[in-house]
Design a protein around this ligand. Structure first.
Ligand SMILES: Cc1cc2nc3c(=O)[nH]c(=O)nc-3n(C[C@H](O)[C@H](O)[C@H](O)COP(=O)(O)O)c2cc1C
Ligand code: SF4
Length: 461
């Protein structure tokens, strides 16, 4: 388990710089400034910190790659902190920004020193009003306190779109455009790049930055006291759905998934678990997998951003998959035909299964589509669709066939699990209320499509 002193999640919100310093904060930045930049990067390397935004990429290796490209181009790199938190089932970056904003900002200042970056942009959603308020207040305080680098940090408040969190989508928003991903990665061509200046950019998740102060203050060995050799440290996990105690929890990496879902979150009956929408579904047979990047990948899923949506045996697998694929079909931006059309077709097939109108051929068509949905993809969104459909059909093929053969409507009672808020005191989870109104072109319908259908049925009477 995690010792109290190793914790990133505080007991309660850290509201002032004085409180942060009283809790031992500030030492990381202080020490970093006594070291050469590459000595700081070396500490991060030795600590084995891996990105907490989804792929688990080693942070020091990312920084060094960007620094090499920036040096070759004769420019200083730029930093971006990704606080878009758009993955379904994930609610931890908002918790950090709201409850631990000084640790996050200290991490950004440490990274500014280590990389020699000219600026750091913090991209988060305009709708995250409380985290944004806490972060803005903390930024003002650390600027007034004269923290090195704080005057080079800028907040960018972006749109409520999944692709705002995709790293190149985030660069586009910071540049004042829509979050439409591009092929070239930020470490090659970063923010405000031109034909002659590629401006390589480091993009790291909010939680990744937040671990830096402890690594630099206490040294790599302190950080490595929790976690495994290849996935050291702690990580924040979110659990929602059919559990007794939904919430955001901090655990040592390597803790079995069962401990998180069953012992801590109180899942009593697990049919299937969605680890967000970027990796394959988790079945009960996988519950003893350690929560580390490699073990989860080897088990056929992914650690992702640590968010889990639990579905119990009362749920229809068709409803679970329909909900997740609907989200991806809506959020796909349409720059790649196979992604927008393929996700749209799988969404339509799953909706027809939910109405009890699909045939066996439709089921087969969905599987075929899942193989081609990634064709010529600019970003990884459709890789998630492929993993979800493949894993769902692999594990629950009999239920899919039975649902199609029965020709009966499914309950269709699941929301897209985009978390609006978790009230840990009451255990209440609020999902985004208006999501069912969002259209494939990202506009919002005035009226609930379900209500429209009902009105049409009534007028037929
Ligand atoms: C469709 C899509 C959505 C993503 N959304 C987020 C997000 O909301 N927050 C985030 O930190 N990373 C998100 N990512 C991952 C980022 O592209 C990037 O890998 C990450 O911010 C890197 O940070 P890390 O190295 O610290 O993990 C998303 C990726 C994809 C493909
Ligand atoms: S793969 Fe899909 S989401 Fe990504 S850029 Fe292409 S169309 Fe957009």
């Amino acid at each position: 388990m995690v010792r109290d002193t190793d914790r990133l999640l505080p007991e309660g919100p850290v509201r002032s710089l004085d409180d942060h310093l009283a809790a031992g904060g500030g030492r990381g930045l202080q020490r970093a400034l006594t070291l050469e930049p590459d000595e700081v990067t070396e500490l991060v390397d030795q600590a084995g910190l891996r990105g907490r935004g989804g792929a688990g990429f080693p942070t020091a290796r990312k920084w060094r790659g960007v620094l090499e490209n920036a040096a070759a181009a004769g420019v200083a790199p730029t930093l971006v902190a990704n606080g878009a938190e758009g993955e379904p089932g994930t609610y931890k970056d908002r918790v950090l920004l709201e409850q631990q904003p000084f640790a996050f900002l200290e991490g950004v200042c440490i990274a500014l020193h280590a990389t020699g970056a000219s600026a750091a942009y913090v991209g988060t959603k305009a709708k995250f009003t409380q985290p944004v308020a806490a972060l803005s207040a903390a930024l003002t305080e650390v600027r007034e306190a004269g923290w090195a680098g704080a005057d080079r940090i800028e907040l960018v408040l972006g749109p409520d779109a999944y692709l705002f969190g995709e790293e190149t989508g985030m660069l586009k928003v910071i540049e004042g455009e829509l979050p439409l991903p591009r092929v070239v990665r930020p470490y090659e061509e970063g923010l405000f790049s031109t034909a002659t200046s590629p401006n390589p950019t480091v993009v790291n998740n909010v939680e990744t930055f937040s671990h830096l102060p402890r690594i630099v203050a206490d040294g790599p060995d302190g950080f490595r006291e929790a976690g495994t050799e290849a996935s050291p440290g702690t990580m924040l996990f979110t659990v929602v759905g059919d559990v007794e105690s939904p919430g955001t929890y901090e655990l040592a990496l390597g803790t079995p998934l069962r401990t998180l879902l069953v012992d801590i979150a109180g899942a009593r009956d697990i049919k299937v678990v969605a680890p967000g929408t970027s990796s394959g579904l988790i079945t009960p047979a996988m519950l003893d997998t350690p929560l580390d990047f490699d073990a989860m990948r080897e088990a056929g899923t992914g650690l992702g951003s640590g968010g889990y949506v639990v579905y119990d045996s009362s749920r229809s697998i068709v409803d679970v998959l329909a909900t997740l694929i609907h989200f991806l079909a809506i959020e796909s931006c349409g720059q790649c035909n196979a992604c927008k059309l393929g996700n749209g077709e799988m969404d339509a097939i799953l909706a027809s299964m939910q109405r009890g109108e699909a045939t066996q051929t439709d089921l087969e068509r969905m599987v075929v589509r899942s193989h081609t949905v990634t064709d010529q993809n600019r970003c990884y969104l459709p890789v998630g669709s492929q993993a979800l459909v493949g894993s769902a059909v692999d594990a629950f093929v009999d239920e899919f066939v039975a649902t199609v053969e029965a020709g009966e409507p499914t309950p269709a009672d699941l929301p897209v699990p985009l978390i609006e808020h978790i009230d840990e005191a009451t255990g209440t989870v609020t999902f985004q209320e208006r999501y069912h109104l969002k259209q494939p072109d990202w506009s919002y319908a005035d009226q609930d499509p379900g209500e429209e259908r009902l009105a049409a049925l009534r007028s037929d009477d």
